[in-house]
Design a protein around this ligand. Structure first.
Ligand code: HEC
Length: 188
């Protein structure tokens, strides 16, 4: 009996660390994808705000965010997107798992953790299959985020957002708030 337990331990420990390594690798790959998503979006947003003004930037943000997410999803065979507890686009509304993680991000922030480095990953079942899920918090910066997500939107910006997003909830943020999160599903 004792021998078997030792044997089981000898087998279980390497398996557990191999699994942990696999997860660390998936988390690293997720971080890299989030970085390129963020970089792509910031570039598009800054460019549009500068050259064409915030009205055009709303359209750019609307179309480009989806384009970048779709291109990254296709490239990696994953599902890459953004979500929020107060989404602007209904298409970005969180599922139950994402909602739970976003809520723990709020609790972690309230406990003093910096949202800039906040992430969570886990292997879970999704539609009957095991998947690796990764989320990274997106903090709200004063500029440019508050132009479109703050509490005092210019009337012309509010009007165009209302036009595209009649059910917008993503206003009234302050700098430092968690605006939402990147969310990735990797099939295993
Ligand atoms: C020019 C206006 C504009 C600016 C500036 C802007 N956003 Fe947005 N944001 C939008 C629009 C429009 C959407 C909806 C995009 C879509 O349809 O997927 C959105 C959606 C999002 C989402 C996805 C969740 C949701 O609410 O639908 C996040 C997260 C987000 N923005 C974060 C930010 C952050 C962080 C900044 C600052 C770095 C920022 N945004 C700056 C217009 C803007």
């Amino acid at each position: 009996m004792k021998k078997m337990m030792i044997l089981a331990l000898l087998i279980a420990v390497p398996v557990a660390s191999a699994v942990a390594d696999g997860h660390a690798q998936r988390a690293d790959q997720s971080r890299a994808v989030v970085k390129s998503f963020m970089g792509g979006l910031k570039g598009e947003l800054k460019g549009a705000l500068k050259s064409e003004g915030p009205l055009k930037a709303v359209e750019v943000c609307n179309i480009k965010a989806k384009d970048i997410a779709a291109a990254l999803s296709k490239k990696h065979g994953w599902n890459v997107g953004r979500t929020s507890l107060k989404p602007r686009s209904a298409a970005n509304a969180p599922d139950a798992w994402e909602r739970g993680v976003l809520e723990t991000f709020e609790t972690r922030k309230a406990a003093g953790e910096d949202p800039k480095k906040m992430e969570h990953f886990e292997v879970v079942m999704l539609d009957g299959k095991q998947v690796f899920r990764y989320m990274k918090a997106i903090p709200t910066a004063e500029r440019p985020c508050l132009v479109c997500h703050g509490s005092k939107l210019k009337p012309e910006i509010a009007a165009i957002i209302d036009k595209y997003y009649p059910n917008d909830q993503a206003r009234g943020y302050k700098a430092g708030d968690i605006r939402g999160a990147f969310s990735i599903v990797q099939p295993m």
